[in-house]
Design a protein around this ligand. Structure first.
Ligand code: NAD
Length: 368
């Protein structure tokens, strides 16, 4: 198979879909790898490093798309890439289709075989290809939120850790999964007063065990959310219902009750956001204000910590990428149930139930 690795074009997206060791692995299995020129520069991987690993470096993005049987990316294709995709081409990347009708239609029209990193799911329900990026985004959410609390950045001037004799900052985290727990680790490390809300009692038990009395765990219901939000300096949205649009847990009215200069970081913005007032932003202009509250809603947060993120991501994507290349989508999915759950679009149909439901489109699973 010919594997194509285009350069990412989303704003401030510096990650790349395959690193040099990945190129070596594909080449060893008899595949050919085409890497778009400078695709790895943002992650510190030069064209020469790719060539030494056995890839051909190609100047034209169009040629990479045209010649490749499988495209390995990081983020979803943008409109200028839609027309480069072709029928039966495997697209292996983060897709987050549930809130994206236009992108989904483009993939259906082009009859692409779209395998989404974020819905590959093991039998225990975990999402192995989401984990490393959620770890990065979670840790980053606290770091970014703490900096926007600075007065010179528009915030209310609260230092999360406080100082002796002065109250600590209050951080509320909605969703105590991978990104939530990582946000909490950083917030606890800074000395903030941390509350985590989740709907999974087992998860709350786990969080309570590992953080002991360093965090307050609360069951996620309307009353607890309504009480927690107005008292919060930094609100972090980290919920996920796999494959589905995020539920709006925090309303505009609740945001209006927060003190001016408080900060919201909605990590779940890539699934539509769990805070009503959230809308996607970019690293160039990451924030906007609603009701005097700063909102940071960047859907590709790890893109700016590209060196850490690229290696963390490709550590987990390579295994399934090799299966797709060696066996093709159909046979690989027949052999691996986790990978089967990654198929979101196939032959002009939505093949992932939640996405079909959210976008009100017919659902036709891949037959294996
Ligand atoms: N913005 C970015 O750059 C970026 C990067 C990585 C991940 N993400 C996104 O962050 C979100 C979270 O990812 P994750 O890996 O932490 O997911 P996860 O599955 O590990 O955790 C989600 C948690 O949300 C909880 N939850 C579900 N419904 C809830 C509710 N109503 N109230 C409270 N908790 C609820 C679940 O019980 C679970 O513990 C996803 O949308 C993911 O795509 C965004």
């Amino acid at each position: 198979m010919i594997i194509g690795v285009p350069k990412e074009i989303k704003i401030s997206e510096n990650r790349v879909g395959l690193v040099e060791s990945g190129v070596k692995a594909f080449v060893r299995e008899g595949h050919k790898v085409l890497v778009e020129k400078d695709a790895g520069l943002g992650s510190g991987i030069s064209n020469e490093v790719y060539e030494r690993a056995g890839a051909s470096v190609i100047a034209s993005k169009k040629e990479v798309y045209e010649k490749s049987d499988m495209i390995i990316k990081v983020k979803e294709p943008l409109p200028e890439e839609y027309t480069m995709l072709r029928e039966n081409q495997i697209l292996y990347t983060y897709l987050h289709l549930a809130p994206e009708p236009v992108l989904t239609k483009a993939l259906l029209d082009r009859k692409v075989k779209g395998v989404a990193y974020e819905t590959i799911q093991l039998e225990d329900g975990s999402l192995p290809l989401l984990v490393p990026m959620s770890e990065v985004a979670g840790r980053m959410a606290t770091q970014v939120g703490a900096s926007f609390l600075q007065r010179d950045r528009g915030g209310k001037g609260i230092l999360l850790g406080g100082v002796p004799g002065v109250k600590r900052g209050r951080v509320t985290i909605l969703g105590g999964g991978v990104s939530g727990i990582n946000a909490a680790k950083m917030a606890v490390g800074l000395g903030a007063q941390v509350t985590i809300l989740d709907i999974n009692p087992k998860r709350l038990e786990y969080l309570d065990d590992i953080f002991s009395n360093k965090v307050q765990t609360l069951f996620s219901n309307i009353t607890n959310i309504e009480q927690s939000v107005p008292e919060t300096d930094l609100l972090i949205g980290a919920v996920l219902v796999p494959g589905a649009k995020a539920p709006h847990l925090v309303t505009r009215d609740m945001i209006a009750q927060m003190e001016k200069g408080s900060v919201v970081v909605d990590i779940a913005v890539d699934q539509g956001g769990c805070i009503e007032t959230c809308r996607p932003t970019s690293h160039k202009e990451p924030t906007f204000e609603v009701e005097g509250v700063i909102h940071y809603c960047v859907p590709n947060m790890p893109g700016v910590f590209s060196r850490t993120s690229t290696y963390a991501l490709t550590n987990v994507t390579l295994k399934y990428g090799l299966m797709l290349a060696n066996l093709g989508v159909e046979e690989a999915c027949a052999k691996d149930k986790a990978l089967y759950k990654g198929v979101n679009v196939y032959n002009g149909f939505v093949a992932y139930e939640q996405v079909a439901r959210d976008l009100n489109l017919p659902y036709k699973p891949l037959k294996i």
